[in-house]
Ligand binder design. Structure first.
Ligand SMILES: C=CC1=C(C)c2cc3[nH]c(cc4nc(cc5[nH]c(cc1n2)c(C)c5CCC(=O)O)C(CCC(=O)O)=C4C)c(C)c3C=C
Ligand SMILES: [Fe+2]
Ligand SMILES: [Fe+2]
Length: 341
């Protein structure tokens, strides 16, 4: 099994090459070669000092790889216990090490009889899962890895994932104390043109948020979906998390903020949500500000991942949609997005 995530710099020196890899991805910047690498060089040079300051707040490096390794170990143990048979779990990061080429060589040396590609992104986007799957296919070919492969597209409504989020949210609501509270489901944003070209991400984020709100049940306060982490000059989907924080201040409500598209902690949760947005909330007079932790190795989440893997193992090789393909994003696309990569 191969877990996909974005990856992050493991030292201050790695920030610029990590950003270069990110902006040189055609799924992130859709301009043709050779303009894209030139543009990527320019943007990564400009962004690096800002990004270095962000990572300096959390020790100069992203915790994403060690946290993903913990998820991999926990998932391997859960699959072992479920009686589904032996599973070795590898990780492949999209923009920093260990990247697909390195991982594909390790997988080849291990010699599996079947591979399951499992994104650590519950909602499908061409910019995340789509990009990782495409890169894996290239790397597997280079490594001479010719093994039946199943690709999980997404699991926005998976029972264990929803239960884990609802459990953590319920605890946070209890912590937030007296007074009216509003829940912000905050997801990483995307440029509007990505959504306009058929990306199901926003639709799936809304589906996840509604399912978590329903699972929390009677204790669920009013809630809204919003989008964080905007970079670049394009217009992004909204409302922005910053605007929602300002609105909460004006309305005199406290906030509980749920990272709804991230399953582990990294710069966008530990710096953006915990430092920058917490400061903004204080500045805007928001009565209280509680951030829900990422699901990480929550037992319900890991059990859910193990279930998704169990469902796709042994099926006909190719892309497998555990959500029923056509059913999951009817308003946005006709087929499972993973089959279109
Ligand atoms: C659901 C997850 C993510 C989507 C969708 C996504 C799209 C996207 N991201 C950028 C630009 C940047 N992202 C950066 C960091 C980053 N992004 C995600 C996830 C999604 N990105 C994660 C998990 C991280 C954190 C990495 C870590 O800390 O380990 C960064 C770098 C940090 C910074 O400079 O602020 C950039 C830049 C774009 C342009 C985009 C969609 C087009
Ligand atoms: Fe991002
Ligand atoms: Fe699908």
């Amino acid at each position: 099994m191969v877990l996909f995530n974005l990856g992050g710099p493991d030292s201050p020196e790695a920030v610029k090459p990590f950003l270069y890899n990110l902006f040189n991805d055609p799924a992130i910047i859709s301009v043709p070669w050779p303009v894209r690498p030139l543009l990527a060089r320019l943007i990564s040079s400009r962004r690096a000092p800002v990004a270095r300051e962000i990572y300096a707040e959390i020790g100069g490096r992203s915790p994403l790889v060690p946290l993903t390794e913990e998820q991999a170990e926990t998932l391997a143990a859960a699959i072992g216990e479920s009686g589904e048979g032996e599973a070795k779990v590898f990780i492949a990061m999209r923009y920093w090490h260990p990247m697909a080429d390195e991982t594909a060589r390790f997988v080849k040396a291990y010699g599996p009889d079947e591979i399951v590609l499992l994104p650590l992104y519950p909602q499908f986007s061409t910019t995340t899962t789509g990009s990782s799957v495409k890169d894996w296919k290239r790397a597997a070919q280079v490594a001479g890895l010719d093994v039946p492969t199943r690709t999980v597209c997404c699991y926005p409504l998976e029972e264990g994932w929803i239960a884990a989020q609802a459990d953590l949210l319920r605890q946070a609501i209890r912590k937030s104390g007296e007074g009216p509270v509003r829940v912000l489901f905050s997801a990483h944003g995307l440029p509007k043109k990505v959504i306009a070209s058929g990306d199901p991400y926003q639709w799936q984020v809304e589906q996840t948020s509604a399912a978590v709100a329903e699972a929390v049940g009677a204790d669920m306060p009013e809630w809204v979906v919003c989008y964080q982490s905007r970079v670049g000059p394009l217009e992004w989907i909204g409302p922005s998390t910053e605007d929602e924080i300002a609105r909460a201040g004006a309305d005199g409500v406290g906030l509980v903020v749920v990272p709804i598209a991230f399953v582990s902690e990294h710069s966008e949760t530990l710096v953006e949500l915990d430092i920058e947005y917490a400061e903004l909330a204080a500045h805007k007079g928001v009565a209280s500000y509680v951030r829900v932790p990422a699901v990480a190795t929550h037992s319900s989440f890991v059990a859910g991942l193990a279930r998704v893997v169990g469902e796709v193992r042994g099926r006909a090789a190719g892309s497998v949609c555990p959500n029923g393909g056509r059913r999951i994003c009817p308003a946005v696309h006709g087929r499972c997005p993973a089959t279109q990569v």
